[in-house]
Design a protein around this ligand. Structure first.
Ligand code: GCO
Length: 264
């Protein structure tokens, strides 16, 4: 056995929503061990270019593509362009996602649908167009970024939980259909990480901040860099017989019922 098991040198990895946050951290981690990184964003070309420049400063071979992951014609065009100019996509990380924190009883249907569209339908759209090449090459890795909300509910994130719960099952179904083509489809379930997305509920003194630190056996918010290892593992030969698995990187949250708030 050797470290080659984890070698993803020169593999082309498309990471959606990777101009910031967890997507950027996973893409950076994969790039630092030699993968060619293709990041996607839909916010602004400036933000994409800035992220690519950051990767290149680290010595990572990186490219940026602006397209809307919910728009199938944009996805199809981008995947074709990436594969024609950079090379076959060996690894796909479906990370792009949004969250709307609203109690279900007050949530607008359109807002609910938007969360499902970005967080659940877009991984299907992007995977559908990337997997064609993987099937033809009889090889590929797809990683869907799930969530604690793939397994647990929480007040005010019902649409997000529905999407991420669905993404867990979509991951299992993709694995069911594509494993025979030597394509491993798995998920990563991040716990609570210090990112822009969680900034509003992470401020010192915010009740949720204290709750998470108490609810997490590791007693802290995760550092986005903590996800790189899981991404590299699920992108490499080391996971060639792992299919439909959600790898939770959560500091132990799902391992425990928790403890009283006043218990240290
Ligand atoms: C929230 C958080 C979570 C985390 C993550 C947990 O409002 O509960 O934003 O959704 O971001 O998804 O896995």
């Amino acid at each position: 056995m050797s470290l080659q098991l984890f070698d993803i040198t020169n593999k082309v990895a498309l990471v959606t929503g990777a101009t910031h946050g967890l997507g950027m951290a996973m893409a950076k981690g994969m790039g630092l061990v030699g993968a060619t990184i293709v990041i996607n964003g839909n916010s602004s070309q400036t933000k994409i270019d800035k992220a690519v420049a950051e990767f290149k400063e680290l010595g990572i071979t990186a490219y940026g593509y602006k397209f809307d992951v919910t728009n199938e014609s944009e996805v199809k065009k981008a995947v074709t362009e990436i594969e024609n100019t950079i090379g076959p996509i060996d690894i796909l990380v479906n990370n792009a996602g949004i969250i709307k924190r609203t109690p279900l009883a007050n949530m607008e249907v359109d807002d609910f649908k938007e969360v499902l569209n970005v967080d659940l339908v877009s991984p299907f759209i992007v995977s559908k167009h990337v997997v064609k090449g993987m099937i033809s090459r009889n090889e590929g890795k797809i990683i869907n970024i799930c969530s604690m909300m793939s397994a647990l509910g929480r007040n005010s994130v019902g649409a997000y939980a529905a999407a991420k719960g669905g993404l867990k099952m979509l991951t299992q179904n993709m694995a069911t259909e594509w494993a025979k083509h030597n394509i491993q489809v798995n998920g990563i379930g991040p716990g609570y990480f210090a990112t822009e997305q969680t900034a509003p509920i992470r401020v010192n003194g915010h009740p949720f901040n204290d709750f998470i630190v108490n609810r997490t056996p590791a007693a802290k918010w995760g550092n986005p860099d903590d996800l790189a290892g899981a991404a590299i593992f699920l992108s490499s030969k080391a996971s060639d017989f792992v299919n439909g698995h959600i790898l939770y990187v959560d500091g132990g949250i799902l391992a425990t019922i928790g403890k009283p708030l006043n218990e240290k």
